[in-house]
Design a protein around this ligand. Structure first.
Ligand code: UT7
Length: 330
């Protein structure tokens, strides 16, 4: 097979659970206000999964829609990657549970841990496997049930997150340029600014650990904000240079949906406010699902159409970050 096949996204799908939690609802849970949340984050509401819905249930729903959109059957999938920081359990992987739910019996499956950056990392991983000729068809999912991992007594974090999933089907044979070269980076020295410190091998489950609430997500918001703006801005510039594309030629920018003020700061820096996509108002931060849901919505609402150049960019715990460029081929 050709060592460098072009690869494109041939279908997308997304799913958010039925239950909506508004800023007004949050006023009854922690000391906050709609005014504070909206002015500081741009968020109005988020979706919350039911007790019996885990990350694989959300992911499977998004996957079914993406497969239908792509016109691909589940048995044609060679690889499933689920990007998540809220897996069904430590093991087996959430991807294996999705495989079972959608009947993708010919796929090999694994989860990818890059926090909020996971979907972009997974897209690039799957793309490279297809480009190298190792596989033909991949299903990439970002799925999160963040509501289980936030401390509902911590107003600094619980208001920020929501549940949901997005998926994309990738295949060889792009019309146009398809998925181009990604730029990704990480900085483990800053891990403690955004992490869930308890529950793993470093700080195992114990009554004491749970009493100290170490099993919940912790974030130093202001610090994370600064790094997110700088890293996403820098990485978009690097990805455009790497692919020899001018910022003026890009039709749509889709950033990680963590805070509209982060998105606005990147827009101002790049001078692209008119082409920046955001749906953070409706879903809040769904971590690795955020980019996947936004991409699906941008396609379905007609923001992105055939031949458009699209830039994706992410930032998350680790720290991790990245950007990619693609030419939409459908
Ligand atoms: O997905 C991974 C990436 N994550 C992010 O990118 C998130 C990045 N960070 C942020 O988006 C923002 O830092 C936040 C939205 C988390 C916070 O906004 P901020 O403007 O940085 O506020 P702050 O944390 O500096 O807090 C300002 C004030 C504090 O009160 P004092 O100390 O000034 O009296 C907080 O206690 O706002 C208070 N506060 C709240 N007030 C009402 C914090 N949370 C709330 C709340 N409601 N929910």
């Amino acid at each position: 097979m050709d060592a460098k096949r072009k690869v494109s996204i041939i279908g997308t799908g997304s799913y958010v659970p039925e239950k909506v939690l508004t800023n007004q609802d949050l006023e009854h849970i922690v000391e906050t206000s709609d005014e504070w949340i909206y002015s500081r984050t741009g968020m109005r509401e988020r979706h919350i999964a039911a007790d019996d819905q885990a990350a694989s249930d959300l992911g499977a729903e998004a996957a079914k829609k993406a497969l239908e959109d792509a016109g691909v059957t589940a048995d044609q999938i060679d690889l499933i990657i689920v990007a998540t920081l809220s897996p069904d359990m430590f093991f087996p992987s959430t991807a294996c549970f999705v495989q079972e739910k959608i009947g993708a019996k010919n796929a090999f499956c694994f989860d990818l841990g890059a926090a909020c950056s996971g979907f972009l990392y997974a897209l690039d991983n799957a793309k490279n496997q297809i480009a190298a000729g190792a596989i033909n068809t991949a299903l990439v999912i970002g799925s999160e049930k963040m509501s289980t991992f936030v401390d509902w007594e911590d107003r600094g974090t619980c208001i920020l997150f929501g549940d949901g999933a997005g998926a994309a089907v990738l295949q060889a044979g792009a019309e146009g340029r398809g998925l181009m070269n990604a730029v990704m980076g990480s900085d483990g020295s800053l891990a403690d600014l955004l992490w869930t410190p308890g529950g793993g091998s470093r700080n195992p489950i114990s009554h004491e650990m749970i009493d100290e609430k170490q099993h919940y997500l912790k974030m130093q918001g202001r610090e994370v904000f600064k790094h997110a703006v700088k890293r996403m801005g820098d990485t978009v510039v690097q990805a455009l240079e790497k692919n020899e594309i001018s910022v003026d030629d890009v039709n749509c920018f889709i950033p990680h949906q963590a805070n509209v003020r982060i998105i606005d700061a990147i827009s101002r820096r790049l001078g692209v406010a008119d082409r920046m996509y955001s749906n953070v108002e409706k879903y809040a931060n769904t971590s690795s699902a955020a980019l996947a849901i936004a991409l699906d919505e941008a396609v379905k609402d007609g923001t992105i159409s055939k031949g458009d150049l699209v830039v994706l960019t992410v930032f998350g715990g680790g720290f991790t970050w990245g950007a990619n460029v693609l030419e939409w081929g459908k």
